[in-house]
Design a binder for this molecule. Sequence first.
Ligand code: SF4
Ligand code: SF4
Length: 113
Amino acid sequence: MKRPGIMIKDVFKRLTMKPVTSKYPAEKSPAEPGYRGKMEFYVDKCISCGMCAKDCPSFACVMEEIDGKKRPVFYLDKCMFCAQCEESCPKDAIKMTTEYELAHLAGNPQIVK
Ligand code: SF4
Ligand code: SF4
């Protein structure tokens, strides 16, 4: 080691620096504007047209009959968060949110319905 003084100076400098990492999950950072996370579905606006399911490129959105009404169900383990369903819906019944905490146990996918 030719110049140990440089290294020691750097060590002390970094000891007094604030951490560059966040304390997630204790401190949750907000998502950037425009981030596409988990969608919200407003069943009262839905007219059961099926456009969202027809246009979904990853078959994550499928029409199912629930309480006697056909409506979309979103399987988040297949979703790529492209927001095509939101774009295709003529009634604004689907809204992408900035929710990004979508971890789940294997075999137990998150479903939005
Ligand atoms: S965000 Fe894209 S992939 Fe996910 S359900 Fe909507 S259309 Fe399908
Ligand atoms: S496109 Fe909109 S209105 Fe049509 S089924 Fe999907 S959520 Fe309902």
